[in-house]
Design a protein around this ligand. Structure first.
Ligand code: PRP
Ligand code: MG
Length: 206
């Protein structure tokens, strides 16, 4: 494995491009993403870029494999990792919502989600005695098929909800993309990271 000056973890998918461009604009010399099949980009001694599933970004940053990363607040709310979160980048806005079938008002006995920790906290806070079923994607189908009587999932445009004929009962949290930094790396690579954080803050001003 090559050695790098800095390793950056980005989630593949929706926010990859915006995160890549934001870091570039802030002056970070990110490597080009030329080969769509490559998972790790970068030259020896330069900045490396890891393409990860969004849930794995906090793990790589917490364990210090990547010094910094970009990931949605929704993922951080579920991750339970102690990361420094210095910049709200503003893009990737969405919400975590409670979703049900129209007209369903009865008690929630089973709730499906890809955010099991966030959902377990919610149930505890509200004193709801429901089982959490962790699924990996297309969560709305759990409500449509009756696997669960409610789901906790991300709503961005609302298009998926409309297509599934479900209703957003309550917004539980708002989310945007965040810069996350490994706490130890912040001290060890302070000269590199402090100016980057400052520039990202300036650029993220509305
Ligand atoms: C996400 C989320 C919703 C949808 C919300 O799914 O889980 O299904 O986007 O976006 P919308 O309000 O704009 O329709 P995505 O397809 O990203 O991932 P998944 O595999 O977890 O369903
Ligand atoms: Mg979806």
């Amino acid at each position: 494995m090559k050695r790098f000056r800095l390793t950056v973890a980005l989630p593949k998918g929706r926010i990859f491009q915006e995160a890549y461009e934001a870091l570039k604009r802030a002056g970070l010399p990110l490597p080009p993403v030329e080969n769509a099949r490559a998972l790790l980009h970068g030259e020896e001694g330069g900045v490396a870029l890891l393409e990860l599933r969004n849930k794995d970004v906090p793990v790589y940053v917490d364990l210090g494999i990547a010094e910094i990363g970009v990931v949605g607040k929704d993922v951080l709310l579920d991750s339970g990792r102690d990361l420094y979160e210095p910049v709200d980048l503003g893009f990737g806005a969405c919400r975590l919502s409670l979703i049900r079938r129209p007209g369903d008002t009865g008690p929630i006995r089973r709730i499906a989600t890809k955010y099991p920790n966030f959902t377990a906290r919610l149930l505890k806070e509200r004193g709801w005695a429901a089982d959490v079923v962790e699924l990996s994607g297309n969560i709305e189908l759990a409500a449509v098929t009756g696997l669960a009587d409610a789901v906790v999932d991300v709503v961005q445009t609302g298009a998926t909800l409309r297509a599934a004929g479900l209703v957003e009962v309550e917004v539980l949290a708002h989310s945007t993309a965040r810069l996350v930094v490994n706490r130890q790396a912040l001290k060890l690579k302070r000269d590199l990271l402090k100016p980057l954080i400052a520039r990202l803050r300036e650029l993220a001003q509305p």
